[in-house]
Design a binder for this molecule. Structure first.
Ligand code: BGC
Length: 269
């Protein structure tokens, strides 16, 4: 593969499974040294397995345990990565989860759990990344941009989702946070964008595609008629992190097989 990210340091949060693992592999294949972040001791083995895959493919990186919803842990992660590698060039703000419930039964704990990781976690990591980009300044030998942040959003930053109000709210918040940071730091040549995945085959939505019957129902929402795979998101992340997208900031790139085209309207309305 083309080494478009050669010599760059990337932190990918929530990288021990799913989209984060896939994005880590893709960034490493493009030449980045990847910090494979995972949240707790119990996810260490999974993160190590991702790192082994990266290394077997000729890439480089480390694993790093840090709960992105905790300010002190996030600050320590960035300080340690800068101490070890000199700087950070790319942040992929990926860590996120669902903790679903009918709205009338949603506890404050469930609300705070999802907002704390999906939205506050992205804020904390983005703030440390911006601080590092400003401290380091331009590095034109590695990239035209002084730094790049990619926020993992969802089609649900746009599509309301009954039974998932905490999750959809976190993604709507990510959209406005991403755009506001992008506006604030474009003059400093820092690019901030989101990826809006549709249905991608990962553990988070396993029940939605695990059986042929479930997959058939899911495909009714996807005009392109296939469920996505993590490589679809990895390719988008490499593009948004590389100089190929140097004039792109403040957008959400939907990678969703047309889910945001509201396919129900093709035969109705
Ligand atoms: C959710 C998945 C869901 C997809 C499409 C994602 O953001 O995490 O569970 O399948 O959106 O609805």
């Amino acid at each position: 593969m083309d080494q478009k990210l050669k010599g760059q340091i990337a932190i990918v949060t929530g990288a021990s499974s799913g989209i984060g693992a896939g994005v880590s592999n893709s960034l490493a294949a493009a030449g980045a040294t990847v910090v494979v972040n995972h949240p707790v001791a119990a996810t260490k083995d999974a993160a190590e397995a991702v790192l082994t895959e990266i290394k077997n493919a000729g890439g480089a990186g480390i694993t790093y345990q840090c709960d992105v919803s905790k300010e002190d842990e996030v600050q320590k992660m960035f300080a340690d990565v800068v101490a070890q590698f000199g700087t950070v060039d790319i942040l992929v703000n990926n860590a996120g989860l669902q903790d679903d419930s009918p709205f009338q039964e949603m506890t404050l704990q469930k609300w705070n759990h999802v907002i704390g990781i999906n939205l506050t976690g992205q804020f904390l990591c983005a703030r440390e990344a911006i601080r590092e980009f400003l401290r380091r300044g331009p590095a034109p030998e590695r990239s035209r941009a002084t730094g790049k942040i990619i926020c993992m959003s969802s089609v649900h930053e746009e599509i309301p989702w009954a039974g998932h109000v905490n999750y959809a709210t976190s993604k709507g918040g990510i959209m406005m946070m991403m755009k506001s940071i992008a506006q604030e730091f474009a003059p400093m040549k820092i690019r901030v964008n989101s990826i809006g995945p549709g249905a991608i085959k990962t553990p988070i939505n396993h029940s939605a595609w695990a059986t042929p019957a479930a997959e058939k129902t899911l495909l009714e929402l996807i005009p392109y008629n296939r469920v996505g795979v993590v490589e679809d998101i990895g390719a988008a992340a490499v593009w948004l992190a590389s100089d190929d997208s140097d004039y792109v900031t403040g957008i959400t790139l939907f990678v969703d097989g047309g889910m945001t085209l509201y396919p129900g309207f093709s035969t109705n309305g």
